[in-house]
Design a protein around this ligand. Structure first.
Ligand SMILES: O=C(O)c1ccccc1NCC(=O)[C@H](O)[C@H](O)COP(=O)(O)O
Length: 210
């Protein structure tokens, strides 16, 4: 049986965090990027993390943040993992006292395998759509056939996933985990209970049929 994990990203309030946890999400993502409509501040994030039941991994997402900014968040919010969603070099992702995921935005002209190999210290590589001028949370999917074989780390698939396409995505890509934000929202920054439940139901359906 293949288990595919799921992460619900862009959680902005306790109610949505509990919704994700109760629906069976393995992880939630908190966006520490002020320009995002899903941004949270450390105080909001602390309240969200404190409300979660055990065994739900908390991922803090940063975009080209300074080392001190990240450390300041970590001093007040007990995050399990960091996710770097900007143009950070490996050195900028390391040394924070947490494992990290590196997000790479997929463009046909890039050598994804070489890029992924650069992040040898990452716990996983997250692949997302490339949309000029935006770092993530675009709701756009990318051409999954561009994903090279032999990625050196577990693959987290993101970008435009939703209840209606996540099974197809898993069947084609066989990722370690799937990551969703816009595809389970009612409005920017707020999750839709039915979409969250259906997304995770679809992921689990694949678990038993692959
Ligand atoms: O959510 C944002 O606004 C955001 C802004 C800047 C960088 C990353 C951001 N979000 C990352 C994610 O929520 C997901 O990991 C990923 O991009 C998938 O998002 P979606 O296509 O909306 O499912």
């Amino acid at each position: 049986m293949t288990i595919v994990r799921s992460k619900i990203c862009g959680i902005t309030c306790v109610a949505d965090a509990l919704l994700a946890a109760e629906a069976g999400a393995d992880a939630i993502g908190l966006v520490f990027y002020a320009k995002s409509p899903r941004a949270v501040n450390p105080e909001q994030a602390r309240a969200i993390v404190a409300a979660l039941p055990p065994f739900v991994t908390t991922v803090g997402l940063f975009v080209n943040a300074g080392r001190e900014e990240i450390q300041q968040v970590l001093r007040s919010v007990p995050l399990d993992i960091l996710q770097f969603h900007g143009d950070e070099e490996p050195q900028a992702c390391e040394g924070h006292g947490r494992p990290y995921f590196k997000a790479l935005r997929v463009r046909a002209e890039d050598d994804l395998l070489a890029l992924a190999k650069k992040y040898a210290s990452a716990q996983a590589i997250l692949l997302d759509a490339y949309v000029p001028g935006l770092h993530g949370g675009t709701g756009e999917r990318f051409d999954w056939s561009l994903i090279p074989a032999g990625l050196p780390k577990p693959l987290i698939l993101a970008g435009g996933l939703a209840p209606h396409n996540v099974r197809e995505a898993i069947a084609q890509v066989r990722p370690y985990a799937v990551d969703v934000s816009g595809g389970v929202e009612a409005s920017k920054g707020r999750k839709d209970a039915e979409k969250v439940r259906e997304f995770i139901r679809q992921v689990r359906l694949v678990d038993t049929t692959m």
